[in-house]
Design a protein around this ligand. Structure first.
Ligand SMILES: [Zn+2]
Length: 479
């Protein structure tokens, strides 16, 4: 098909060079001009006998005519334009197809082709973005690892804001969060029609924070959501420049929320008392501060190294064993892909994070010792579910630190040789040879491959839905 368009173009090129009209060449080779025109336009394939006759009349060889290159730079551009207009990407735009006739000036043709090339380049870039997003996730994890998961500058802002709102001790109430919002000139409004892609919306024009009417199971509590929205104002965040910037802002916002919900001084005091009693447990931290198990584990991670001198790892793992979130500064060998990203990678089947799913009683934490190539760790895991999806939250510490923790008497012990694939990735050789060629499984596409997909002004948020939502709430006094 492509070659055909060049044959026609090459005939037209040599015919013009020979100064012949369609009628003159047609008469010389025995075809009507309309027939010859169809051939020149690539709409009909010439037989070899006809090609020979044309070549002979034009004083060139058949090889000259069938060569698979455009006869001139102009022809190359015309062919490129035709091809570009046939692409799905162009057709989706609903724009007319432009025939690159002789009347189309060279510079207009060059500009059009240039725009098409850019369209393709941008489409490719958009496809490449998930990988970029994975790299951004990784560099953020490593940056936090360097800082031992601790951001003292945000701790101080959170502590000051909570104190200024009159909070003394214990769990931060909804009322106090409301007062903190008021101090920023914001009002919290609960709505049940948020855009599907947004967890909360900040209306800066009218000074309102829109959050859902009820907390997301296994997700963020309402106080945390409101505090995260306020954090963007409090920490002076601007529209994120890129995905990495977006991730950093999100990290800072959730750090701020955690620092307000679980103020540093209170947490450190609580943990030191638990350590003195050799009874540190994330479940207690969770219950004392009225937060999710995940929030409590992450908060422990913020403070344990800098305040208690304890190294650790925290994992959120899905029911299928894949990493949703992971942090370590204790050397636990996290599974990573070629880009260094751990999100979506499967953790070892023998780790506490996965063995906990096999338990019947799941109301309390599961404790186990895990021997890995990087040493022995003590791990405590709590499982939970968000609707149909199971997940587990794990806090682990090096063996030497186990003495401070509840559950240290556990007799559960597992050996993990991962990342050695013979540990739990490859099946037993005898079983594998028995089933080789006799079984067929259809793989489930991994949601994580697509999950961090930046789009629009706020990565992942559908701009159309967002603006429709805001329009619907202008002047609305739901509160
Ligand atoms: Zn393994």
């Amino acid at each position: 098909m492509e070659d055909l368009s060049y044959v026609g173009r090459r005939i037209r090129h040599y015919r013009a060079a020979a100064g012949l009209t369609l009628a003159e060449l047609g008469e010389a080779v025995g075809v009507v001009p309309s027939q010859l025109s169809l051939i020149e336009n690539g709409r009909r394939e010439p037989r070899l006998a006809l090609l020979s006759a044309i070549a002979a009349r034009l004083g060139v060889t058949v090889a000259d005519l069938i060569e698979a290159t455009p006869p001139s730079g102009r022809d190359a551009l015309e062919v490129e334009l035709e091809r570009a207009q046939r692409s799905t990407a162009y057709r989706e735009l609903g724009l007319p197809e432009l025939r690159p006739s002789r009347s189309l000036p060279d510079d207009a043709l060059t500009a059009l082709v240039g725009l098409h090339r850019e369209l393709v380049r941008r489409a490719r870039e958009a496809i490449a973005t998930p990988e970029e997003a994975r790299r951004a996730n990784t560099s953020q994890r490593l940056r936090m690892q360097e800082r031992d998961d601790y951001l003292p500058e945000i701790e101080e802002i959170g502590e000051a804001d909570v104190a200024a709102a009159g909070h003394m001790s214990g769990a931060l109430t909804h009322r106090t969060v409301g007062v903190m919002a008021e101090r920023l000139g914001l009002e919290i409004v609960h709505v049940d029609d948020l855009p599907h892609s947004a967890r909360c919306v900040l209306d800066l024009a009218n000074g309102r924070i829109f959050i859902p009417p009820a907390s997301i199971p296994g997700g963020h509590g309402l106080r945390s959501l409101a505090l995260q929205a306020m954090a963007h104002v409090r920490l002076g965040h601007e529209t994120p420049a890129d995905y990495e910037d977006f991730l950093r802002q999100r990290q800072e916002a959730s750090y701020y929320a955690a620092a307000c919900l679980m103020p540093r001084e209170a947490i450190v005091g609580f943990l030191k008392r638990a350590r003195d009693e050799r009874d540190i447990a994330i479940e207690d931290l969770r219950d004392a501060f009225g937060v999710t198990h995940e929030a409590a584990a992450l908060r422990f991670s913020n403070l344990a190294t800098s305040q208690l001198g304890m190294r650790l790892h925290v994992l959120r793992v899905d029911g299928d064993g894949s990493v949703v979130k992971a942090y370590e500064n204790d050397g636990l060998p996290l599974p990573v892909d070629v880009t260094g990203a751990t999100e979506g990678q499967l953790v070892c089947r023998h780790w506490s994070a996965r063995r906990a799913f096999a338990r019947r009683a799941r109301t309390t934490e599961y404790y186990q010792y895990t021997d890995t190539p990087a040493g022995t760790f003590f791990e405590s895991t709590q499982t939970g579910s968000t609707g149909a999806e199971e997940f587990s939250i794990t806090l682990g510490v090096p063996f030497d630190e186990s003495k401070w923790f509840r559950g240290r008497e556990s007799r559960e012990r597992a050996v993990s040789r991962c990342p050695d694939t013979s540990c739990c990735r490859r099946p037993d050789a005898a079983v594998a040879s028995r089933w080789d060629g006799k079984a067929w499984a259809s793989p489930r596409v991994h949601a994580h491959i697509f999950s961090p997909l930046p789009q629009g002004t706020y990565p992942g948020v559908d701009d159309r839905e967002l603006y429709a939502f805001l329009e619907a709430h202008v002047g609305d006094s739901t509160a």
